[in-house]
Write a protein that binds this ligand. Structure first.
Ligand SMILES: Cc1ncc(COP(=O)(O)O)c(C=O)c1O
Length: 387
C-alpha cells in the first residue's frame, strides 16, 4: 500500500493548496491507522444513539426490522465459504444486479462499506482549502465535519420555504466550490429536491466541480432518481446505502454511481483497501435484496403508513410537523418543550427519539418504526404532554 505522504498524490494535494500538516490529517483519516482512533473519530461519528434496553428505538434512522429474508438467507449461506476472500465473483454479481435494477452500467458502480466512506472520501478528493463544499442547512452533517477537518470552506444554505435544496442559492453562495452536496430525500426533513433542480445545478456549477447526490432514503420516494444523471454526466456522483430500507446498517454496504474517472480519483486515497475487501455476507445479502422490487415497495409502503398515522396523531395534538417527508423520518416541533426535554421525557416512557438540528433547534427528528412502535410513541407523547 502506498502511503499518501510519500506519493505523487501528496504533490497533487499540495498543488491544490493543502499544507503538509493537512496532508497528515488526510492520511490519518483514510487508512492512516492510529490517528483514526483519536480526533478523526468525530468525523465518522455515526448518528446511532446508544441502545436503551427495552426502549422503542426511533432515534437513529435505522430500519426497524432486519434485512429482507432472501438477503439474510444469502448472507447465512455464504458464511460457510468464509475461508475465501471472494468465493465466486461476488462483487461482480452485486454490480450486475444493481445495474439491472438501476440502469447504471457496471463500469459506473462501486461498492463500499456503507456510504460514510464515500461521503468522507468525496470532499477529500474534490474539495480542498481552495475549493469549498456547499450543502443545505439542515442536512446530514457528516460532510461538514470532514470539510472542517481538511480545512475546506463549508457553505451552508437554508432550505427553501417548502424544504427543498435551494440549488440556485447554493451556487450563488459559492460559485467556485469543488463539491456541491445534495441529500434527497434530505436527512432530517425527508423532503425531496426535484430532479430538474439537480440537473440545473449539474449544468450550472463549475465544469470541474462535482455534484454529489446522497440518495440514502430514495426507496421511500417514487419521484425520479438521480442515478440517470450519473450515467449521462461525468461530473455527478450518486450515493446509495443498504443501511436504511434494506435493514443492513450493521452489515455495512453502500454504492456510488459515477464516471470511471471520478471513481479512479476517489480510489487514490487507499480506496482499494475498502472497496475490494467488503464482507461477503454484506455483498451476498445486497445482491439477493436489490432485485426484490415488490418486497421493497411493500416494506416502504408499510413504513409510510406508520409515518402518516404518527404524523396525523401529532397534528391532532396541535403540534407542527414539517410536511412532505419521503423517508423513514420526520421533524416535529413540541410547542413549549425543548427537544432535549422531550427526549428525556419520552425516554422515561420507554421511547428513544432523535435529536434536533442547529437550523431547527425547536424540532426533534423522529425515525419511523413499525406500526406498533409508532403507536407506542403516540401514546408516550400523549402521556408526556398531559403530565
Ligand atoms: C443521508 C445519509 N447519508 C449517509 C449516511 C451514512 O450511512 P451508512 O454509512 O450507514 O451508509 C446516513 C446515515 O444515517 C445518512 O442519513
Amino acid at each position: 500500500m502506498e502511503r499518501i505522504e510519500n506519493s505523487e498524490v501528496a504533490e497533487e494535494l499540495i498543488g491544490r493548496g493543502y499544507s503538509r500538516r493537512q496532508l497528515g490529517r488526510i492520511a490519518a483519516l483514510l487508512g492512516g491507522g492510529l490517528a483514526l482512533a483519536g480526533n478523526a473519530e468525530s468525523v465518522f461519528a455515526q448518528q446511532s444513539a446508544k441502545a436503551v434496553a427495552g426502549a422503542v428505538r426511533i432515534g437513529s434512522n435505522e430500519c426497524w426490522t432486519g434485512p429482507l429474508p432472501a438477503g439474510a438467507e444469502a448472507a447465512m449461506l455464504i458464511v460457510a465459504q468464509g475461508n475465501r476472500y471472494e468465493p465466486d465473483d461476488e462483487h461482480a454479481k452485486l454490480f450486475a444486479a444493481v445495474s439491472e435494477v438501476e440502469g447504471v452500467p457496471v463500469d459506473r458502480i462501486l461498492a463500499w462499506p456503507g456510504s460514510s466512506d464515500p461521503l468522507a472520501r468525496t470532499p477529500i478528493t474534490f474539495s480542498s482549502p481552495k475549493r469549498g463544499i456547499v450543502t443545505a442547512d439542515p442536512t446530514y452533517e457528516s460532510i461538514w465535519r470532514t470539510g472542517a477537518w481538511i480545512g475546506a470552506k463549508v457553505t451552508k444554505v437554508p432550505l427553501t420555504s417548502d424544504y427543498r435544496h435551494d440549488v440556485k442559492a447554493m451556487l450563488t453562495a459559492d460559485p467556485n466550490a469543488g463539491l456541491y452536496y445534495v441529500c434527497s430525500p434530505n436527512n432530517p426533513t425527508g423532503t425531496i429536491t426535484p430532479i430538474e433542480d439537480l440537473r440545473w445545478l449539474a449544468e450550472n456549477k463549475p465544469k470541474d466541480a462535482v455534484l454529489l447526490v446522497d440518495e440514502a432514503y430514495v426507496h421511500w420516494s417514487d419521484t425520479p432518481r438521480a442515478a440517470q444523471l450519473a450515467v449521462e454526466r461525468d461530473d455527478v456522483i450518486v450515493m446509495r446505502t443498504f443501511s436504511k430500507l434494506f435493514g443492513m446498517a450493521g452489515m455495512r454496504l453502500g454504492l456510488t454511481f459515477a464516471a470511471p474517472e471520478l471513481h479512479k480519483r476517489m480510489m487514490r486515497y487507499d480506496g482499494g483497501q475498502v472497496t475490494n475487501m467488503l464482507p461477503m455476507t454484506a455483498v451476498a445479502c445486497g445482491t439477493a435484496s436489490v432485485p426484490l422490487a415488490a418486497q421493497i415497495k411493500a416494506r416502504a409502503a408499510q413504513m409510510v403508513s406508520a409515518r402518516e398515522m404518527a404524523i396525523a396523531h401529532l397534528q391532532k395534538r396541535g403540534l407542527k410537523v414539517i410536511p412532505g417527508s419521503h423517508a423513514n423520518m420526520f421533524m416535529v416541533e413540541w410547542k413549549d418543550r425543548t427537544p432535549k426535554e422531550m427526549m428525556a421525557a419520552l425516554l422515561g416512557q420507554g421511547v428513544q427519539i432523535g435529536r434536533s438540528w442547529t437550523a431547527y433547534p425547536q424540532m426533534s427528528r423522529i425515525t419511523v418504526g413499525s406500526a406498533e412502535e409508532m403507536q407506542k410513541f403516540c401514546l408516550a407523547v400523549d402521556k408526556v404532554l398531559m403530565a
